[in-house]
Design a protein around this ligand. Structure first.
Ligand code: XMP
Length: 319
């Protein structure tokens, strides 16, 4: 019989049998899949699990603190938080090509994760939040961090004696099943039902070169947009919504003064499969509110645009 609690009980059994008394490492991103694996493994093997959470500096507002609060403080999971913002900024300095940015972000993640995993002396297993659709589409290139680590470890990126065996407790589950498991395991609903967030994070939402100043502005604008979506009961009606930073300056007026500041684009889409999408027809009054709040509250932004491009021909992300 398929119920979340049966699946949890079965998975716990399997994990315990599989890893025995060995230590397990998990890359925790704050996304649904890795979060559910963390909660499940914590329940199954408690202190034998260590999570590595790489704060790339390309996460959303307060995201790093929220991940630590949920797992480390609230659930008592062992989490190593790596503050890697400066390394990411350095690595991305001067880089404008989207694919090159993705590659740099992905490979730096692997380097940092490996450095941390190597410090966990008795780690024998690498846990991953691979879910069934990832297994089917493993040829696809956009499945994020999990696969980067996976392919990396499989090709022997670590020294021979460090090779970790894989444990993937969600391998047979679909996304909606994973979400139900998350709720059953006590994860906060807003974490379990959050919109997807790309592995490269804000790195692909800051067009062109990534700078800390841009990331900070984008984080503020994005947080206002998301906060208002929740407040107006629109968050769950769209499939994905976010702000994008455009590194172009535009003129505005404020009081007696003239300003010459950056532009934020707002994107919200409705989609079933993320392969095609239509732009969400958000109410004009709502868009008006978003624009006013962002321009008034985020110094450095003088203009807000709403993205009315479908996929195809546009992609959901801007890079
Ligand atoms: P696009 O922009 O291709 O996005 O229409 C489709 C979905 O995939 C997400 N996305 C990514 N996810 N790494 C990821 O893990 C990536 O490099 C990446 N690029 C896009 C995007 O957020 C959307 O949900």
């Amino acid at each position: 019989l398929w119920t979340s609690s049966n699946i949890i009980e079965d998975s716990i059994e399997v994990v315990r049998k599989t890893v025995g008394t060995d230590h397990v490492v998990l890359g925790l991103s704050g996304g649904v899949d890795s979060s559910v694996v963390a909660a499940l493994l914590h329940k199954a093997i408690e202190d034998q699990l260590t999570c590595v959470f790489v704060d790339t500096g390309l996460l959303r507002l307060h995201e790093g603190d929220q991940v630590m609060a949920t797992f480390a403080e609230h659930m008592g999971v062992k989490v190593i938080r790596v503050d890697a913002e400066q390394r990411y900024l350095d690595a991305l300095s001067g880089i404008t090509d989207p694919e090159q940015k993705r590659k740099i972000i992905g490979s730096l993640f692997i380097d940092i994760f490996d450095e941390e995993a190597a410090k966990i002396a008795d780690a024998k297993w690498l846990a991953q939040g691979t879910i069934y659709p990832d297994v089917i589409e493993s040829a696809g290139s956009k499945s994020g961090k999990a696969h980067l680590i996976k392919s990396h470890h499989n090709v022997g990126g670590l020294p021979e004696n460090m090779l970790l065996k894989l444990v993937e407790p969600l391998r047979e589950l679909f996304k909606d099943e994973v979400r139900k498991l998350g709720v059953e395991l006590g994860l906060p609903a807003d974490m379990v039902y959050r919109h997807p967030f790309p592995g490269p994070g804000l790195g692909v939402r800051i067009l062109g070169e990534v700078k800390k100043e841009f990331a900070d502005l984008l984080r503020q604008a994005d947080a206002i947009f998301i906060e208002e979506l929740y407040r107006h009961d629109l968050y769950d009606k769209v499939s994905q919504a976010f702000a994008v930073f455009l590194p172009v300056k535009s003129v505005g007026v404020m009081g007696d003064g003239r300003r010459y500041d950056y532009v934020i684009a707002i994107r919200a889409v409705e989609t079933i499969d993320f392969m095609t999408a239509r732009w969400a027809h958000l109410p004009y009054e709502f868009l008006d509110l978003i624009s006013r709040r962002i321009i008034n509250e985020v110094p450095g932004i003088s203009r807000v645009a709403y993205d009315i491009s479908g996929k195809p021909p546009a992609t959901i992300e801007w890079e």
